[in-house]
Design a binder for this molecule. Sequence first.
Ligand code: AVJ
Length: 300
Amino acid sequence: MSFREDVIAGLSAPQKSIPPKYFYDAAGSRLFERICRLPEYYLTRAELALTRKNLSSIARFAGRGCQLIEYGSGESLKTRLLIRALRPAAYVPVDISESALRAAARRLGREFPWLEILPLAADFSRPVEVPGVRPYGRRVAYFPGSTIGNLTPEQAHAFLRVSRGQAARMLVGVDVRKDANVLHEAYNDSQGVTAAFNLNLLKRINEELHGNFDLKKFAHYAFYNSAAARIEMHLVALERHAVRIGSHRFEFDVGESIHTENSYKYSLQGFRTLARAAGFEAKKLWTDRRGLFALHGLEA
Ligand code: AVJ
């Protein structure tokens, strides 16, 4: 489905929604980078800290000379730490954005001239087949950043199942279930960067799909749904009005929302159970000092 088809279908349902993968246009990616530096958004720092602290044991688990498949464009500091420690025979970044892939491949190629980089443009919110790339040794899938949290547990199960057929081992970064107040702050930062990130989706629709969203008529709303163990992000209409996208027209009642993201949180045991149900053994667990974030080492 294209951006247009997903948006039209999502806004036509009783609970309006837009898939979170569309947050990441150029402006959205820049806003996300700013989120990662916010004092309230502990995830990025906690994952980087645990990666630094456990780098040699993580690299040992993956195995030197493996073929590393990363879901996400892999421009991050932790990816570069891992590549340096692991010296994979090949690196396959998988991302929906061709431009993000190109930029990551160019930059990593400069930093690691010895590394074979094989970028793959694909939408990993659905199961993807990573084509076989010669016998490069063990394949290890790296899925950092709690991106798996954007999937429902059912989708995460399906994703892990497909990955199991492709990679002997997986490294999955998962945000840990915790005090709802801490979670609330992380998605309601005081500088309003998360709000801008959420609202940018409407701007993107205006620019790319000829929409006429008035951004002043929507507010960022994020809360922790503890029964479902997920942060939900919404864009709430502040007044009753209609919006056009091309020839389509969508009505908003006051207080009606567009659900833009789920960000699931897992207890350590909860994620192990999910991985086991998908055919993995949870072999290793690394966490930061405060136990905010987890990296699970799974074996098929
Ligand atoms: C990139 C999906 C892990 O869910 O925390 C950050 C995206 N949304 N602030 C997350 C996000 C709002 C982020 N993930």
